[in-house]
Design a protein around this ligand. Structure first.
Ligand SMILES: Nc1nc2c(ncn2[C@@H]2O[C@H](COP(=O)(O)OP(=O)(O)OP(=O)(O)O)[C@@H](O)[C@H]2O)c(=O)[nH]1
Ligand SMILES: [Mg+2]
Ligand SMILES: [Zn+2]
Length: 348
């Protein structure tokens, strides 16, 4: 299967960069998937497996190509030389000890935040995803799957609507293409969308239904707690037959936030609005007198869970942002030291 660059989602934002670099479109490609030692890209010449240039291999994780990236290949089309500036980037704090950001999907227009109409549904998880989505610069759409299994699917819709006013909520049976018009409406010919959500919510099932064929494996969930079995193991970009592209992302156990302060304020703008009426400008909404936020909770105008999650995400964000800053400072110091040593050596 060979797609045109337009079918792969090419828009002027990237052709302009290419023109500035003076590189022909034959060397432009889009990253379809990333494996440990190589990546699969799609371009005018079809799909091929490529390596990273040495410079990219040595660059920070966040600067290395990720699924959805537009990249410049070398003349032999076997190596990625450069990653074009991204229009949007969904990223998280990487799991593990080292403080660094991990790119999840690049150049996405729409992010479908999937949650099931069962025990898996948690407002707090959606709030976390929403903050990451706004930070990414993508349009969020909450998709409630397994509406067919729920006695009160509308109840879940209402809960989802309260997560953040204005964020669209779609309800589907991901196995049934007849229920997908609401989701389809968000994807046009040049749209790149991505599917995120816990394992087992039906991301790959939804992809297959939109693609009209079985392009990704799906798996059952554990009956007792409705948890998925991590069926999808890698991220992949799939062109849809009706136009547009969809990135399937495996369910991630940990989606830590960093650098999302502004997006958190945006997601929790109802809390922020209340906080303006607190007696103290720096009120932490703990036990201060004249706290408008606490009062709203007492009067059932605000959910105590929502405030607790906001505070939890703020703490997590502050810690992560701080450790990223410390790491950058260490790297800067190390860079300075290396330069100083080189200067001394050259004097000798
Ligand atoms: N009844 C019903 N079942 C669904 C729906 N969506 C998904 N399923 C089922 O839920 C199970 C998990 O679906 P997957 O598509 O594999 O889930 P996933 O989100 O891709 O999971 P990971 O790849 O593990 O992250 C499968 O058995 C699907 O058939 C739905 O809307 N209704
Ligand atoms: Mg899957
Ligand atoms: Zn307060």
């Amino acid at each position: 299967m060979s797609e045109t660059l337009q079918q792969l989602g090419l828009v002027p934002f990237f052709t302009q960069q290419l023109a500035l670099l003076g590189v022909p479109e034959s060397r432009l490609a889009r990253v379809v998937s990333v494996q440990r030692s190589h990546s699969t890209v799609a371009g005018e010449a079809g799909r091929c497996t490529v390596e990273l240039s040495l410079a990219l291999q040595q660059s920070a994780a966040i600067d290395r190509p990720t699924v959805g990236d537009w990249v410049v290949l070398d003349a032999t089309l076997s190596r990625i030389e450069q990653v074009l500036e991204r229009k949007s980037l969904f990223k998280r704090m990487a799991a593990g000890r080292e403080a660094q950001m991990q790119p999840i999907a690049a150049n996405i227009d729409v992010l479908f935040l999937l949650s099931s109409c069962n025990e898996e549904f948690k407002e707090s998880r959606l709030e976390r995803y929403l903050a990451l989505c706004l930070e990414a610069g993508a349009m969020p759409v909450i998709v409630l799957t397994k509406a067919d299994l729920a006695e009160d699917a509308q109840g879940y819709v209402q809960r989802a609507r309260r997560v953040r006013a204005g964020v669209p909520v779609e309800m589907v049976d991901a196995r049934d293409p007849a229920t997908l018009d609401g989701v389809r409406a968000w994807i046009d010919a040049s749209t790149t969308a991505a599917l995120v959500g816990s394992s087992g919510v039906g991301k790959s099932t939804l992809l297959n239904a939109l693609a009209g064929s079985s392009v990704a494996a799906t798996g059952g969930i554990r009956e007792q707690d409705k948890k998925g079995r991590h069926t999808t193991t890698h991220r992949e970009l799939h062109p849809l037959p009706g136009g547009g592209l969809l990135i399937d992302v495996p369910g991630m156990r940990e989606l830590r936030v960093a650098d999302v302060e502004q997006s958190l304020e945006e997601v929790f703008d109802d809390v922020e609005k209340l906080a303006r009426h607190c007696q103290f400008q720096n009120c932490q909404h703990l036990a201060e007198p004249g706290c408008a936020v606490k009062q709203a909770i007492e009067e059932n105008r605000l959910d105590a869970r929502r405030l607790a999650n906001y505070q939890k995400l703020c703490r997590e964000n502050a810690l992560a942002t701080e450790s990223l800053a410390q790491k950058h400072a260490r790297e800067r110091d190390f860079g300075k030291m290396v330069k100083a040593v080189k200067r001394l050596k050259s004097r000798e």
